[in-house]
Structure formats: structure tokens, C-alpha cells
Design a protein. Sequence first.
Length: 450
Amino acid sequence: MRFYIALWFAKIINVIINIVDKSRGSNFSGEKAMKIDPQMVAHFKGIDYSKVLFVTGTNGKSTTTNLLYHIFKSSRKNVIANLEGANLIYGIATALSKASTLSGKVKAEYIIFETDERFLPLILKQLPAKNILITNLQKDQVQRNGDPDFIYRKVYDAVGDDVRLFLNNEEPRTKSFDEKGNEIVTYGVERHSESFTKGDTYPTMACPKCRHKIVFDYYNNDGVGRFHCENCGHGSGEKADYTVTDADFSARTFKLGGVSFNMPYDTPYMCYNYAGALAAADRLAGISPEEASKAFGQFKNVGGRFEILQYKGKTIKYMRIKQENPETLQTCINVMASDPQKKMVALGLCPLIDFVPHYANSFYAYDCDLSALIRSDVEKYFCFSERVCYDTANRLIYEGVDPSMISVADTEAVETIFREIESVETDNIYLITWIKTFYHMKEYIEKEGK
């Protein structure tokens, strides 16, 4: 009875939120309902756990989940997913309450949920999915998560021997899960034109199996690429079960298993999302790469990741990254560096405004190799944010940038940002900042246009 009360309460809240603002409330109803029944998620009916997939990891969870949902719907599968990105237990409770009958029976054959890697053990206790896809386990949000090996141990201990694991073949922590589970499926990306190496001065990582040094032969993304441990032999498999090959970023195409695909987004780290999604679709629901390829032409990623603004003849290319994360920052740097045109680089690296005290360490910028960007044609660097703008400027200076090429502003006021953009000759602007600041910039442009 407690479950029914919680479920009906959640459904009422969902209806109210849908009337007031459809874009909100991805956690709210589940959070309130679970105060009535803390085990609410475990009490839903009609779930075949062998057809439940959790997508977890540091980077790529939302995109992989959205792509999988798109592939399943394109193949006319009955599927639900938490597309809003609410990946804690409350968000999952909300998603299930929306997809169930008044008696709590879930009206879906397949369930695909993005799950926060730190809270995966808690979620698995109530919803024991038999399929888990791990994207990667990297440095991220150190105020909340601490060292990545702490998160690795939590996830490792939570994964049982009765699950099918989809593992990134070229990420050391993820690949080490190959000694767990009852079925291992690997996915990866062949070396391509955007692959790179880094000098010995940049940090690598300890082998998750023996704690000796991991050696990367090359990187496809920062922290992800062909690797090996010289001590214990842990390393990438010769070839993953599902491997993206022939990645052509100019033509926006790639291949997997001999099948050609359109590349919806031409950034290197997306290739791992493509490979993981294709592996899971095939093994979980029998959707072959040939069938899945039909869905790639119409795929649109979650909003706000890559967007373009036009302002007074300037093209502003906004790249939303996960703050405090070197992997996505390195990818953005590589994208900027590969552009041969003259450019302005506006870096709004910000502290994490999560809980007090706000975390303002910019270590992730020091894990990245900026040398290719520095060698490219940059007219001006603009470092802005209320707390870490000077740290960002110092990082550029340590890399060898002439201080006269750097402008600094300890603010996120959009008027200041646009004034700096107006000051350069180039019309090619690259922008990294909080999505909140980006939305304020969009509103400013709309207001000025009117």
C-alpha cells in the first residue's frame, strides 16, 4: 500500500509539472515519492531485468543513452530511458512512475537508464540490471568524487558475476572489469587522424590491477587510447568486439563491421559513444549495425553540447564541457587546434558551484596538452570567470603564450564577454563556459536583435 500511495503521488506531481513546465521535474516527483516508500524502485512490476541496461561512467553517459534510445525507437522497440539526464535514484523513480500503470506495471520491454557512477551501487540494489555499459572512469569533480580510483572501487565492488558488461577496450580502468561479469563485450575505436601522443611530462595513471605505470601508445581522447602495463600485461585487446574504423571527420563518416555510418557529430570522443551504443543495441536487442545505421542520419544529441551563435558578424562556437574534467577539455582544445583559420579562444573555466565550500581548483587544465593550440593561429585568448580566470591565464603563460595576447576579466557578465569578442578582428570565436552563462548570452543576443 505504501508503494501505491507513493506511485499515485508521483503521478499527480508529474501531471502538475507537465502543465506548469514540461522541461522541469525530472527528479522532483521521484524524490518526494521515495519519502513515502524508500524502496519504491524495487516495487515496480513487469520488469525483465535481462532487458535492463545501465549506462555509467565519467564521460558520454547522456549521449550514449540518448543514441541508444534513438536506435531502439527507430527499430520500433518498446523502450523507455531517462533522457533528461536525471541519473540518481530519484530520477529513475520519476522515469518509472511516468512509464507505469496505476498498479505499477512498467509499460516497456526494454529499459535504458543513464546512472551516476558514484550511486550505481545504490541503484543496483533496487533495480538489478543484467546489462551494464561503462564508458570510462576518469578524473572528475574531485570535491564530490575524490580520486577516480575511489569511484572505480565503488563500481567494481557493485558489479556482480551475473551481468553482461560492455567495456571500453581502450580505457584502463574500464577494461579491467573484464575479470567480472558472466559475459564481456568490448567496444573501441581504431587509431584515426585526430589521435595524438603526449610527452613524458604529462601525467598518466597507475594500472588498476597492479598499480604500476600505464603506458599509452597513443590517445584517441585524453586518457583513452591503445595502452599497456609493462608489469602485469593489462592492456587493450588486439581488437574490440565492436570497433569503429575509418573515421573520416571531414566527410563525417565511419565504419563498424564493414557497415558505413553517417557521423552525426564530428568530434573524436563521440566515436566511443557510437561504438558502445552499437554494441549494446546488437547484443541486447538484436539490432544489427546495418539496421542501426538507419538511425544515425536523424540523431540529435541532448541540447547545449555544441551550439553556434551569430553576433555582429562573429560566429561563436560554443562547446559545453563537464567542468573539472580534463578529457572533455582536451577534446575541445584539439578541435580548436585543428581549425587552420585565425581564431579567438574564450575560456570561461569556472569553479564547481555545488556545495559549500565552492571548489575552485583548475587542476584539469594542467592535465591537458595545449601545445597544438598554441601553435595554431590564435589572435587572442580571453580568460573570464569570477574566481579562476587568473589561474586559466597562468596555465596559458606556462605553456608559452605571450601575456600580451591574453585578456582577463574576473566576471561572467555577458556584456563584458561580448565587448571582448567585438574587440578582435577575426570572426571565428571559440567559447567554453557554463551553460548558464551561454543561455544568458543567447538571451542578450535575442534582446539586442529586437
